[in-house]
Design a protein around this ligand. Structure first.
Ligand SMILES: [Zn+2]
Length: 157
């Protein structure tokens, strides 16, 4: 194989149906049509709320923003369906509480963001990053990146 330019590799989600791959990517979750309970990852079937009899969940876009609830640094290759790039590089795992839904969603931080760069309560936004590349195709995952601050510029540290 003799590939030269790989910058315009096509992008596909590494996990189908969990997030969008547009300019402002967001998670796709599910919501109970009866009581409004949110579910992530998205699925069909019965509402997880014990006080609700509904068996109808519909796919719904979630907010892009949330705050750090907890985080950890992973120094070992994760299990499937996460497939790590070779050679394996440590990365941070972040549990983010979604601003609107209140649900806590676990995700990786972008490459280069490690535990030392994170703080509980920090505002985060959903982005996408290349998990691995195969045959000219970039397999994408969603990541939690520190939210872009529009007021504090190059300031507080
Ligand atoms: Zn319900």
């Amino acid at each position: 194989m003799s590939e030269t330019a790989t910058s315009n590799a096509s992008q596909v989600p590494a996990i189908e149906g969990w997030f969008t791959l547009d300019q402002n990517p967001h998670l796709i979750g599910a919501q109970c049509t009866a009581c409004g309970t949110y579910v992530f990852p998205p699925r069909e079937g019965a509402c997880p709320s014990p006080s609700c009899d509904s068996d109808e969940l519909t796919a719904t876009p979630f907010s892009r923003f949330g705050t750090v609830w907890s985080y950890a640094e992973n120094r070992y290759a994760p299990p499937l369906p996460y497939r790590a790039a070779e050679p394996f590089e440590p990365y941070a795992l972040v549990a983010v509480q979604l601003e609107k839904e209140g649900l806590i969603v676990l995700g990786q931080a972008p490459k280069g963001i490690l535990a030392k760069d994170l703080k509980v309560g920090m505002r985060m936004q959903l982005e996408t990053d290349v998990l691995y590349r195969e045959d000219g195709v970039d397999y994408m995952i969603y990541v939690w990146a520190p939210a872009v601050q529009d007021e504090v510029v190059g300031g507080a540290k």
